[in-house]
Write a protein that binds this ligand. Structure first.
Ligand SMILES: [Zn+2]
Length: 255
């Protein structure tokens, strides 16, 4: 790679990732706020011209309960330039817990170019490749990366089972529960270190999150997030950085 890359991927699932969990009600209450957070994110992506990948649960495309169905949101995402709809599977199972046959159905029922495994549980890559996917997000070290006193890792994209692994670097953690005590600017400063490191090493800094993560402590999180986008945009204008979504990276990395 001749330049560092900043990549953002978004695990977009409404309640699909929570339906078997004890805190389902806690998240249910936040779905209307999640819709507002998505509007705000899209506004920022438009303002700073930021490509991203929305790794979407396929079921969100179907009509139904607004806690699980989001055609209204999809239409908004598709209106903003360089927003890629990727796949986060069809129904959000944990791939380490399902059969190969079920996995193939999950891939086939919502076929896109870029894939993000639910809960980053990676399995059945050969089948994913056979379905026609081009790339996936590899597991990052852990969600507490943010709290560690080190520069978040940056990675070179690597082929694995015929797919490009665009490894995650950092989870932009929510402000839920105890995480509300993470001071302002921590997410920003860590991301800036990651972007600078990507520039220096000509590698990828890959930030990811769920839109619902912006619902609690939103003022602080949006302030940090906008500063990250502004910084990345400035570095791009200086010719030092590319900002690309996963699908774009998989096309560039092939050349
Ligand atoms: Zn998920």
């Amino acid at each position: 790679m001749n330049k560092g890359i900043f990549c953002i991927s978004i695990d977009f699932e409404l309640l699909w990732g929570r339906r078997d969990m004890p805190n389902l009600d806690y998240f249910k209450k936040r779905i209307p706020e999640e819709r507002k957070a998505i509007d705000k994110l899209l506004k920022l992506f438009k303002k700073y011209n930021i490509p991203t990948t929305w790794a979407t649960v396929g079921k969100i495309f179907e009509k139904g309960n607004p806690n699980y169905s989001g055609l209204d949101i999809i239409k908004k995402i598709e209106k903003v330039k360089n927003q890629e709809i990727g796949s986060h599977s069809y129904t959000h199972p944990e791939f380490t817990k399902i059969s190969k046959e079920k996995a193939i159905l999950e891939f086939n029922n919502f076929k896109k170019k870029s894939f993000v495994f639910p809960r980053n549980k990676i399995r059945y890559l050969a089948e994913l490749k056979k379905t026609g996917f081009k790339c996936y997000r590899g597991k990052d070290r852990n969600e507490y990366e943010l709290l560690m006193p080190r520069i978040p890792p940056v990675y070179e994209p690597k082929m694995n089972s015929g797919l490009l692994n665009i490894n995650g670097s950092m989870y932009f953690v929510s402000g839920r529960g105890l995480k509300q005590f993470i001071p302002k600017n921590v997410r920003y400063l860590k991301s800036i270190m990651g972007i600078n490191n990507a520039i220096k090493q000509k590698k990828i800094f890959h930030l990811w999150f769920h839109p619902i993560d912006f619902v609690d402590d939103k003022k602080k999180l949006f302030s940090d997030f906008e500063k990250i986008l502004k910084f990345a945009d400035e570095k791009r204008q200086l010719g030092q950085l590319k900002i690309l979504n996963m699908g774009q990276i998989s096309r560039v990395a092939k050349k």
